[in-house]
Design a protein around this ligand. Structure first.
Ligand code: NAP
Length: 244
């Protein structure tokens, strides 16, 4: 059966780990990126060398037309997109009253409208085939809330609402929609917070360390697999005990 997986924001961090793990499971993968073409290309090359099928595609997930073109390109090159992983995301730490209109809008455009755009583009095929799977990468902050990250937390809480609502709407069509809520994971996003904050986050995590992209990828692979065939509308927290 010809089919493919699209992973947004797969040039670095968690998305890179997810794309690699899905390819290892046999999925042809479209590696979406925004700015880091070299990183995306190095991953695609690594996957091709391992005998997997992979392409890279530059698109800003907030741009609906660009996303439609990406889904078309992935479908033509690899097979129809039947697994969609909405991973691309941005974060910013500011006081609520210092978050200006542009920062607020950009956060929602990438973290919430982005997944809406990709689902819109991939859905017609999934509905026709009555088959498909969507996994959204939310965050523990979307479940719990986060001081000085209100826009980020709101976007990630919105993504959980999108997950649950789409799961209900699409279940009769054979399409499952789930989310993962990572805790603190060792990627550039956390590195950008500085070594002091990183150490504090390690300390606050009951397991005493940051998670790895591979640990998130394993959960995504599970939710995308037949082992999860009766699971929809769920948000799986992967956080070393952070919000227990
Ligand atoms: P990261 O290291 O900063 O990587 C972000 C990825 O998203 C990059 O591949 C980047 O592409 C891509 N990206 C950013 N904006 C994009 C856009 N508008 N369109 C397409 N791609 C875009 O982040 P990460 O830590 O791996 O996070 C991945 C996801 O997990 C995010 O949704 C994040 O909110 C979530 N998450 C992360 C943590 C954590 O602790 N790290 C915790 C909870 C949830 P380029 O590099 O090509 O620009």
């Amino acid at each position: 059966m010809r089919r493919s997986a699209l992973v947004t924001g797969a040039s670095r961090g968690i998305g890179r780990g997810i794309a690699r793990a899905l390819a290892e499971k046999g999925w042809p993968v479209c590696v979406n990126y925004l700015e880091h073409r070299d990183a995306a290309e190095s991953l695609a090359e690594e996957l091709r060398k391992a005998g997997r099928n992979a392409i890279i595609y530059q698109a800003d997930v907030s741009d609906r037309k660009a996303v439609e073109a990406m889904v078309r390109a992935a479908s033509e090159a690899l097979g129809p997109v039947e697994l969609l992983v909405n991973n691309a995301g941005i974060a910013q730490q500011t006081l609520f009253q210092d978050t200006d209109d542009a920062a607020w809008s950009r956060m929602l455009a990438v973290n919430l409208t982005g997944p809406r755009n990709t689902v819109m583009a991939a859905l017609p095929h999934m509905l026709t085939e009555k088959r498909g799977c969507i996994v959204n990468v939310s965050s523990i902050w979307g479940l719990r809330g986060s001081s000085c990250e209100t826009a980020y937390a709101a976007s990630k809480a919105g993504l959980i609402g999108l997950t649950r609502s789409l799961a209900l709407e699409l279940a009769p069509s054979g399409i499952r929609v789930n989310a993962v809520a990572p805790g603190c994971i060792a990627t550039d996003m956390v590195r950008a917070l500085g070594t002091e904050t990183r150490a504090m986050l390690e300390d606050e995590t009951p397991m005493g360390r940051l998670g790895t992209p591979e640990e998130i990828a394993k959960a995504v692979c599970f939710l995308a697999s037949d082992s999860a065939s009766f699971i929809t509308g769920q948000t799986l927290t992967i956080d070393g005990g952070f919000i227990v």
